[in-house]
Write a protein of this length. Structure first.
Length: 317
């Protein structure tokens, strides 16, 4: 397994960016809804003809296309997350935020992106709290250009839990990108959100599925590390977590991942608090005593240390 504990870099390790606690955004009153009256209800998105899409495509930069592709892969992204991914050349964070906001407004005017009526973090969050998603026209444009899956479902507002979890997963993907971008000897060679990262295997003739939130491969010097990532918002009982951990053990025993890659990825549970971390470590160790340690339980602030150095042995279980 890729669960080494030896340091690969000398000197001080970078601290992970302080991530929002998305577990606080799982109830409706954690969002600010900008719709104040029925008359201001969400507008129906305008449908664009193929000719209009082709004309819109001529106005897109490479960065615009990357933003659209990211919105497709991660489903929902905050303005700040898009800024951190694609607007890193500005002289100040304020300039980067303004450049991102301008680009997103333009993509919205083209009918390719839209944002939810509700904002993360309330009215004071401003445009940074807007949650962006690909429109039907945006998906059609990507399909025409890249032959990706064509959209089949009508857009519906996500539930607070689904939105909070989706944004939390996207934020871990952004953190990994930032971490590897800032390290000269660390590269992110693969980053797969769901459903790209899902695995299937057979158990007693029945097809089983393993559905991590993310899969990543990082390379540092002579090391290659593989990671399954699970984002926990403290919404499920420890027994439910153990059930999912048991599925990882079954997949490990199938040997499929080891046959393909030579190692089994370390499964990282990212939790919102130190108390939740200690609780899950205790339950997982008790449930899988004397079995291979397939898991690390950490908080988001410990992600950088885990990726760069392997983390501390106390988080393994």
């Amino acid at each position: 397994m890729s669960n080494r504990l030896t340091s690969q870099e000398s000197g001080k390790m970078p601290e992970s960016r302080a991530a929002p606690d998305f577990s606080k955004f799982m109830v409706c009153n954690s969002f600010s809804n900008s719709i104040s009256s029925p008359a201001a209800a969400r507008e129906e998105p305008r449908r664009l003809s193929r000719q209009q899409l082709e004309e819109a495509a001529t106005r897109l930069s490479d960065r615009d296309r990357e933003i659209l592709a990211a919105a497709q892969r991660y489903r929902y992204l905050l303005t700040g997350q898009i800024q951190r991914l694609y607007f890193t050349g500005s002289t100040t964070p304020t300039a980067a935020h303004r450049a991102a906001a301008r680009a997103l407004r333009r993509l919205k005017e083209l009918g390719l992106l839209d944002h939810l009526a509700r904002r993360i973090g309330g009215v004071r969050a401003g445009s940074g709290g807007l949650v962006w998603h690909l429109t039907h026209a945006g998906e059609r444009l990507l399909y025409l250009e890249n032959h990706t899956l064509t959209p089949t479902k009508r857009f519906t507002e996500p539930s607070p839990y689904f939105l909070a979890h989706t944004l939390a997963v996207a934020d871990i993907a952004v953190q990994l990108t930032e971490l590897c971008r800032g390290q000269r000897t660390l590269k992110l060679t693969a980053l797969q959100p769901e459903p790209e990262c899902w695995r299937t295997f057979s158990e007693y003739g029945a097809i089983q599925s393993l559905k991590p939130d993310l899969f990543a491969i990082t390379v540092s010097r002579q090391y290659e590390d593989r990671w399954f990532i699970e984002v926990d918002l403290d919404t499920e009982s420890p027994n439910k977590i153990i059930d999912k951990c048991e599925r990882y053990h079954k997949y490990y025993r199938s040997g499929l991942e080891q046959q393909e890659a030579g190692v089994f990825p370390l499964t990282v549970w990212l939790v919102p608090s130190a108390a939740r971390k200690e609780k899950l470590i205790t339950h997982i160790r008790k449930a899988f005593d004397k079995q291979p340690r397939l898991f690390a339980v950490i908080t988001a602030g410990e992600l950088g240390s885990l990726i760069c150095q392997g983390g501390e042995g106390g988080s393994l279980c």
